[in-house]
Design a protein around this ligand. Sequence first.
Ligand code: IDP
Ligand code: MG
Length: 139
Amino acid sequence: MERSLVLIKPDAMKRNVAGAIINRFEQRGLKIVALKMLRMDETLAKRHYAIHQGKPFFDGLVKHITSSPIIAIVFEGEKAVELIRKIVGATDPAKSERGTIRADFGMDIPNNAVHGSDSPENAAKEIGLFFVEKEIFNY
Ligand code: IDP
Ligand code: MG
């Protein structure tokens, strides 16, 4: 079984659609094995988005992700990383396929409702930023 990290981003939190978004993943057979609500600080945001350091949108990205509490979730399932990216849709909600989370809940590129890890390697790294192993359940 594979694990991946999902973040419900501040724009979705502020629009009260976290539950509706989490439901999308559960409906596709993904199991919640860890979950917490937290407000990311600048240090955590910069670590989580380290790959984008130096890009023109980096500062805005950090500002957005730290602008309200978020929900961090570890989902487990068969090919969880790839399946979650499919359920989430393209980065730009305007270009996301119909029925994806970003097409249905995203507003624009910065406010695209969710984060999903892009590879099993990055998923493991990202999960480690938010959770210790004893917070992740086997059931
Ligand atoms: P992803 O979330 O689909 O994996 P990434 O390229 O990893 O997309 O970018 C991380 C996040 O940074 C995106 O979800 C989006 O919110 C934001 N972002 C990406 N590209 C841009 C941009 O060109 N302008 C503003 N924000 C961007
Ligand atoms: Mg990404």
